[in-house]
Design a protein around this ligand. Structure first.
Ligand SMILES: N[C@@H](Cc1c[nH]c[nH+]1)C(=O)O
Length: 395
């Protein structure tokens, strides 16, 4: 066989054996938590019309999308993000529903990011969306669910950073920054270059309170006192004031959920996704430079699909979470209890019946026809290699 045929393109990979078992188990564990919270499963297509992920939607930039055509000439896109698809579904199937809708999902996303970043171009996401609930209680439910999932995954140390889309937008508005200046600032913040931010702000000639607010972009707050201090500076900036007020209220509700110790408020949290309108959050742990979970409130996204519905959601990036667990040496406890049954043709009836009887009571059986060129020992070795619990011969 040509060696070339065995390669996969840059940014995608095979997952097999133990790693695959672990990934599936982890997904089950997290999905279970979402189901425990009353979230209903939904599946949407892997590719959709281009417009579902177009510029107005505010997700991944067009240059990072995998685009192709159908026979009719429509442009299709491999989904880079599942949230816009869920928004489309909610508008289509739950258009009349006036009460909140809770949906959960699992699937792969595809982003054609530049190869030098070394990122995966296909990732597995597992997420939840709470549609039609504008309350801070909904925000808190989401954050608390994320924390339950992180604990269920076995992580002991992790941090959820929470910010608000309107803090940054409010600053841009109050300072009257041009698009290029906003880009420059975003870049500095994304690189966590807060000295750069300070320098940049010095050039702007802003009034004292606004300057102080810009100075908070690099801060990390864990308590509500610090947020109240921020609120004082924001008195004459309604958009920023509302953002800080939301975070303060969220902090209070998170105390009720008893999860506030896992959370820090970072006013400099920004996202490349333009659809976020309220809180934005991302979860981090050791062993993964990238966020293992990300999410936020998007109150206007569904309007693009014809339903006004304030919503919030999050998605775990399972591949990042797996990498972090592995680097932290946290084991995903896969139960291996597969038995091997090997039979010769003369004992076919007996072996097939035995396998069926075992499977009926929940035992996992790999049934194999004895290859005459192989010895008993070959099968025993294979079972040991595959960490099987038992081998039975029908010969
Ligand atoms: N879809 C977002 C995460 C999210 C889910 N819901 C809201 N935000 C992402 O891929 O980053």
């Amino acid at each position: 066989m040509k060696r070339q045929l065995l390669h996969t393109p840059e940014g995608v990979r095979d997952i097999y054996n133990d790693e695959c078992e672990k990934k599936m188990l982890l997904q089950d564990q997290l999905y279970h938590i979402l189901r425990l919270h009353g979230y209903h499963p939904i599946q949407t297509p892997t590719f959709e019309f281009f417009d579902i992920f177009g510029r107005e939607i505010g997700t991944t930039p067009s240059k990072d999308l995998y685009k192709f055509f159908d026979r009719e000439g429509n442009t299709l896109v491999l989904r880079p993000d599942i949230t816009p698809s869920i928004a489309r579904c909610a508008a289509k199937y739950f258009g009349e529903e006036e009460l909140p809708i809770r949906l959960c999902y699992m699937g792969n996303t595809f982003i054609n990011n530049s190869s030098y970043q070394g990122r995966l171009k296909e990732c597995t996401q597992l997420g939840a969306e709470l549609l039609g609930d504008p309350s801070v209680d909904a925000d808190a439910e989401m954050i608390s669910m994320v924390i339950s999932c992180l604990k269920a995954a076995g992580l002991k140390e992790f941090q959820l950073s929470i910010g608000h889309a309107d803090f940054f937008r409010g600053l841009m508005e109050a300072a009257g920054l041009l698009e290029e200046q906003e880009e420059e600032l975003r870049e500095l913040i994304s690189n966590k270059n807060f000295f750069g931010v300070e320098e940049f702000v010095e050039t702007l000639n802003l009034e004292e309170n606004l300057k102080n607010l810009f100075g908070m972009l690099g801060n990390l707050y864990t308590g509500s006192d610090e947020l109240s201090a921020a609120r004082e500076c924001a008195a004459s900036y309604p958009r920023i004031l509302k953002a800080i007020g939301d975070l303060e209220e969220l902090h209070k509700i998170l105390e009720v959920y008893e999860v506030s110790r896992y959370v820090s408020f970072e006013l400099g949290t920004i996202s490349n996704y333009q659809y976020y309108t309220g809180i934005i959050f991302a979860g981090y742990t050791f062993g993964s430079g990238e966020a293992i979970v990300k999410g936020g409130r998007y109150d206007r996204l569904l309007t693009c699909f014809g339903k006004d519905s304030a919503s919030i959601g999050f998605a775990f990036v399972i591949d990042q979470l797996m990498a972090a667990l592995q680097r932290q040496k946290i084991d995903v406890p896969v139960e291996r209890c597969v038995e091997l049954m090997v039979y010769k043709s003369a004992k076919r009836q007996k072996a097939i019946t035995a396998a069926a009887t075992a499977r009926a009571v929940g035992r996992c059986v790999e049934l194999m026809l004895w290859d005459e060129t192989k010895q008993r020992k070959d099968y025993e070795d294979y079972a040991a290699r595959s960490r099987m619990t038992n081998v039975q011969f029908f010969a």
